[in-house]
Design a protein around this ligand. Structure first.
Ligand SMILES: [Zn+2]
Length: 1158
């Protein structure tokens, strides 16, 4: 072993001989070495009984760790329902009896903790009674060299005499002193920055002082009268879209007419193996087993042409994805649409226009390249469905902006459909939660389950409990009821809300959810006015607002103890790739300033969040950054099989107190590992270490793990490369999305119990099994970021912005969410990044402001039109300052006995959010084709039910869509062609797993732009105005080669440049003289001092600010090879991997609907 100084500046970096370093842990170490659990530092948790809730015993779920929240959940309503189906983010059922996988601590019942008396275990303090099991840690420095030694007698005790047995050698823990004489002085708190302002206070405008007090808000904000004018226009029913296609099943055209105009959705024989590029019949119960229309003579291929002639430069479609080529006479007859349609109804917004031939400026856009969807060769212009005549997303978005963007959305009325997510609008809370918190698939739900089943419209809410609000909207008030805590229904435990009915002069209230009558506690009593309303109605947020917070009492806390502030632990992969790419240095540099931006509570001067640091490759290095140290100390744990934390005191520290030591550490980490040759990494032990550290510190928190490779080093959670693209389109494709071991699910469960949220930053150069590595982040409410082939120059901007946002963002910890509903419906299924151990409680180790949970509801009884349906979402969480709170969101919906009312009050964007999550979870357990078929079938049924029950009679040749759902086909098609459900050859297995996990926590705005990207013509940008140019539809035929376009989908921003763009514009935007000089490797636009450049950059900045992730800028020159990637996002077009064009898909949906109706 080498010894001596490593650093040129004279830093002492001693690494002594193995024998000297291997030291038996003594007293302190023994605490770490509970061989049977690895949980030895668990906080004292006698019995782990759960919250002791005075008054009403919490429901205990035997064997599941969530029982700690029993009292919060309260007794279940009078029904018991079956567990939701096993899904994407479901952990295995927790019976409590099943033993965890090897290395996973036992959580159920928490027997591990029970042996510790209260207060037995302290950070770093010896617990002599605990038997030492194995050697583990070494003296971190040569005795006598470190002045800090004297200050830490307790730590020293653990370093006993050198080990003598061979076994000890294998379990060694090395430690060394790292120091830097040239360490910079501590940076002042705001070094180089202004005071942090980006994290809005959760309750900044409120001062909670005593029971029942809160800052009163102006009575002018009180609810509007109910008869306000914000309801939906009720005209849509009679104006269903119609798309007449009398000849849809007419005589076959020659197959030369097939492309684009001739959809592939001709009826395939249902019993044959269907080419992947087609839309085969679905298997739903309502589907006839055979389909109408001419059948193909014994061939499996359906109408889509396999070749994509216009993508000359594109790679061939993945073999598994392309159907056999079609030959001339075998093609099924394509539907035709004639230009004169007698029964054709012009749609109100004009989006249904005339049928037309090829567009004038389209065919010629690409010299030498046939236009999209056209077959080469002399063809008579086929009659085709005019793309301008089918429902346009752009038109719908524009109409909503114009109609609803100017006035605030006031939430005082039950069942109002909010403006679209693409519309800018102000929300005023007058009794229902803002659509920023909750959006529903329908705001008018069927009274009976039969009706709901008939319509097939999923009843779901997309909930974003901690959503960030615009600055001009009020944050939820924090209500403090003092010692007694929030007022709740005695039976269902619903929280006091505007829908509770006070009776008997105000002495009791009747629950709006379960009808139980509860006494009003004396301290909460208030008289009623002549309308039956409490006279303090406007003074109490919980009586008059849709969203508010309660300060939780100690009985809502684990072990009846208020929580400690959370901690952030930064865990950096220092293996060869991470060091070589410059990543390690980049992270360390960034952290030095980023640590000043840890989330703070409202008006607090500094963040309460403590920080800790770990580096790792095959072994883990912990750092003691205690403020009293002159230099940080490193402790190495190489026994990764049974992870423990070698130090407690000095591991988690306050940034300001330990700044000198932290900065010194961050300066030295890149140097220490500069010459590493270690390429292998571990992964699960890293999470375990972080979790154990939080447990030892008795706090919740977040791990920021920066990881580069498949963890193949010998350790728990070791993975193998099992990527196999041959599985695509087979019944085994689902295994690509499944974790390869259950180890991580068990680990996730432990993390959730500790409130340990994991955010994972991945920098892979090859497959690293996102499906498995992502399990813990996904089940702990964390995030995954992926930067494939990370290169400092092009990717650091994106990574650093993501990291900054992630560190700063508002986040709650150790959270439990419960959605209560009024009698008649109940929450049955949940989608998102969380863990559930029973059927009702969504457990989130962490929940940040960008995460949503989609909740599906089912009937269990009849609803009434009079009382409507109510939802109450209650989120119990620990704030970033360690305050325990309840955030409550209430929403009232209408109920209907007429299907037309349902279809009039739907929101397609939310429907798509639900359907995408439903489908993306489905691929875990079903063949992807089955998932696609199920989606198509369900949507066909939704639309068929409308046609049958709501639309006025018309010819069967007409496609009639409900006004609120006229975009359902186009958006659904985008989901169907997405990389998860229909991957192209260029999409990696990791990409698919990554996207699948990303979408699972997206809100409605994010899924909307992800599936249907925003496309803006840049030459239409008005440099003197703040308004954006009108967006255009995502189709190549809308592009002009004389223009530039900006496309964003929430993950990337593209700028597409046509070959004929004016030279002046190119000069202004890129600072080069011509098209050919534009570099397609640019990751940012050059900063040029001209109005056009400024305006375009400001638009990009604005888009960046709107998204939760930094979008990478990709420059695409027309006819460049990157254009293939760009075209992938032109989602109205046919895609190279077989995804249908919008026109084709609409025809297919029409056929499906007709079959359901016949
Ligand atoms: Zn109740």
């Amino acid at each position: 072993m080498l010894s001596g100084p490593l650093f040129s500046e004279g830093v002492l970096f001693f690494s002594v001989s193995l024998q000297l370093r291997l030291v038996w842990g003594c007293d302190t170490m023994s605490v770490n070495q509970q061989a049977h659990t690895g949980h030895s530092y668990g906080p004292p948790q006698p019995g782990y009984q759960g919250y002791q809730q005075p008054g009403y015993g919490g429901q205990q779920m035997p064997g599941a760790h969530h029982s700690q929240y029993g009292a919060y959940n309260g007794p279940m309503p009078g029904y018991q329902h079956p567990a939701p189906p096993q899904g994407a983010l479901r952990a295995p059922p927790t019976s409590g009896a099943s033993p965890p996988a090897s290395g996973a601590p036992v959580l159920a019942g928490q027997p591990v903790y029970s042996q510790f008396g209260q207060g037995d275990v302290q950070n770093g303090i010896a617990t002599p009674a605990v038997q030492m099991q194995r050697p583990s840690i070494s003296q971190p420095f040569i005795p006598g060299t470190a002045p800090t030694a004297v200050s830490q007698p307790a730590t020293f005790q653990q370093y006993g005499p050198p080990p003598t047995s061979a076994q000890q050698l294998t379990n060694h823990v090395a430690g060394m002193q790292i120091s830097s004489v040239s360490a910079p002085a501590p940076a002042p708190a705001g070094l180089g920055y202004g005071p942090p302002t980006s994290v809005p206070p959760a309750s900044g405008s409120f001062t909670a002082t005593g029971s029942g007090l809160y800052t009163p808000y102006s009575s002018s904000q009180g609810p509007l009268p109910v008869n306000m004018t914000h309801g939906l226009p009720s005209t849509s029913l009679a104006q269903g879209l119609s798309l007449a296609q009398p000849n849809f099943s007419g005589p076959p055209l020659s197959t030369q007419h097939l492309p684009a105009q001739a959809p592939g959705f001709v009826p395939p024989p249902s019993s044959t193996g269907i080419g992947p590029s087609s839309y085969p019949p679905t298997t739903g119960a309502l589907r006839p087993s055979t389909m109408q229309g001419p059948s193909l003579p014994g061939q499996a291929v359906t109408g889509l042409p396999a070749a994509q002639p216009n993508h000359v430069s594109s790679p061939p479609p993945h073999p598994a994805m392309s159907g056999p080529p079609m030959t001339g006479t075998q093609g099924p007859p394509p539907p035709t649409v004639h230009s004169s349609q007698p029964g054709y109804q012009v749609q109100q917004n004009g989006s249904f226009g005339q049928v037309r031939g090829p567009q004038p400026n389209y065919g010629g856009a690409y010299p030498g390249t046939p236009s999209y969807g056209s077959q080469p060769g002399p063809l008579p212009p086929p009659k085709r469905l005019d793309p301008d005549s089918i429902p346009s997303p752009i038109q719908v978005i524009e109409d909503d902006r114009n109609n609803r963007g100017s006035e605030p959305f006031i939430t005082g009325v039950r069942g109002q459909v909010p403006p679209l997510v693409t519309t800018n609008f102000l929300v005023k809370d007058q009794g229902n939660a803002s659509p920023r918190y909750i959006r529903c698939t329908s705001y008018n739900i069927p009274c009976t389950s039969d009706m709901a089943k008939q319509s097939q419209v999923p009843l779901a809410a997309v909930i974003k409990p901690l959503a960030t609000l615009p600055t001009d909207e009020a944050l939820p008030y924090l209500v403090d009821h003092g010692e007694p805590g929030p007022i709740r229904c005695n039976r269902c435990k619903a929280y006091m809300c505007p829908f509770m009915q006070f009776i008997e002069g105000g002495r009791r209230f009747q629950c709006c959810f379960c009808s139980c009558v509860t006494e009003v506690p004396p301290h909460y009593f208030q008289h009623l006015d002549h309308t039956g309303k409490r006279v303090d109605f406007y003074d109490r947020p919980e009586l008059s607002l849709g969203s508010y917070e309660f300060l939780a009492t100690v009985s809502y806390c684990k072990n009846n103890k208020f929580p400690n502030p959370p901690a952030f632990i930064f865990m950096i992969d220092v293996s060869y790739n991470a060091v070589k790419s410059g990543l390690v240095r980049l992270i360390c540099e960034e952290l030095k300033s980023l640590l000043d931006y840890l989330p703070r509570e409202g008006n607090m001067e500094e963040s309460a969040v403590r920080v800790g640091f770990v580096t790792y490759n095959k072994v883990l290095h912990f750092y003691n950054v205690k403020s009293s140290l002159a230099q940080p100390q490193m402790m190495v744990v190489s026994d990764v099989a049974d992870m423990f934390v070698p130090l407690l005191d000095g591991f988690l520290v306050n940034v300001n107190e330990s700044r000198t030591v932290i900065v010194s550490l961050l300066d030295q980490i890149p140097e220490m590992f500069a010459d590493t040759r270690e390429t292998e990494t571990v992964f699960a032990p890293v999470i375990q270490a972080g979790m154990e550290a939080l447990k030892a510190a008795e706090c919740a928190g977040k791990l920021f793990i920066f990881h580069t490779s498949l963890p193949i080093a010998e350790a728990p959670g070791k993975l193998k490369n099992r990527d196999d693209r041959k599985l695509i389109n087979t019944d085994k494709e689902k295994t690509l999305f499944q974790p390869q071991t259950s180890f991580y699910s068990n680990l996730a469960k432990d993390c959730v119990a500790q409130g340990c949220c994991v955010d994972l930053f991945l920098f892979p150069n090859q497959y690293l099994d996102v499906a498995t590595l992502g399990v813990v982040p996904c089940q702990t409410g964390g995030s995954i970021y992926k930067y494939a082939y990370f290169q400092l120059e092009t990717d650091q901007e994106r990574f650093l912005n993501d990291l900054r946002k992630d560190v700063k963002k508002e986040v709650g910890f150790d959270a439990v969410m419960r959605v209560r509903t009024s009698t008649g419906i109940r929450a049955t299924d949940f989608f998102g990044a969380f863990y559930m151990s029973n059927t009702t409680d969504v457990e989130l180790a962490g929940l940040d402001c960008d995460k949503t949970i989609t909740v599906e509801f089912k009937h269990d009884d009849k609803l009434s039109e009079d009382s409507g349906a109510l939802l109450q979402c209650a989120l119990l969480y620990t704030s970033c300052a360690g305050q325990r709170r309840l955030r409550i969101h209430n929403l009232s919906l209408n109920c209907c006995t007429q299907l037309a009312d349902l279809y009039r009050n739907c929101e397609t964007d939310t429907l798509i959010n639900y359907l995408a999550k439903f489908a993306y979870r489905g691929v875990l357990n079903n063949p992807v084709k089955t998932v696609r078929d199920t989606l198509i079938n369900q949507c066909a049924q939704i639309l068929a039910c409308y046609r049958k029950n709501c639309a006025s009679p018309s010819s069967a040749g007409q496609l009639i869509l409900p006004e609120c759902m006229k975009l359902l086909p186009v958006y659904l098609n985008c989901v169907l062609k997405s990389d998860v459900l229909q991957p192209g050859a260029e999409v990696s297995t990791d990409d698919r797993a990554y996207i699948r996990q990303l979408v699972s926590s997206m809100d409605v705005a994010e899924t909307n732009i992800f599936f249907y990207p925003r496309l803006l013509p840049l030459t239409k940008v008005d440099v003197d105005s703040d308004t954006l140019p009108a967006a255009i539809r995502d189709s190549e035929e809308r592009l002009s080669k004389g223009d530039m376009y900006l496309l964003e989908n929430g993950l990337n921003i593209f700028i597409w440049i046509g070959v004929n763009v004016q030279q002046g514009l190119i000069q202004n935007l890129f600072g080069v003289s011509s098209f050919s000089h534009i570099s397609s490797t640019l990751s940012t636009l050059p900063v040029l001092e001209n109005p056009f450049s400024k305006r375009v950059r400001s638009i990009i900045e604005m888009f960046q600010a709107q998204r939760s992730r930094y979008m990478k800028l990709i420059i695409v020159k027309q006819e460049d090879k990157l254009e293939m990637l760009f075209k992938h996002f032109l989602v109205e077009d046919k895609s190279v991997n077989g995804g249908a064009s919008y026109v084709d898909f609409l025809c297919h949906m029409h056929k499906e609907i007709r079959q359901l109706l016949s």
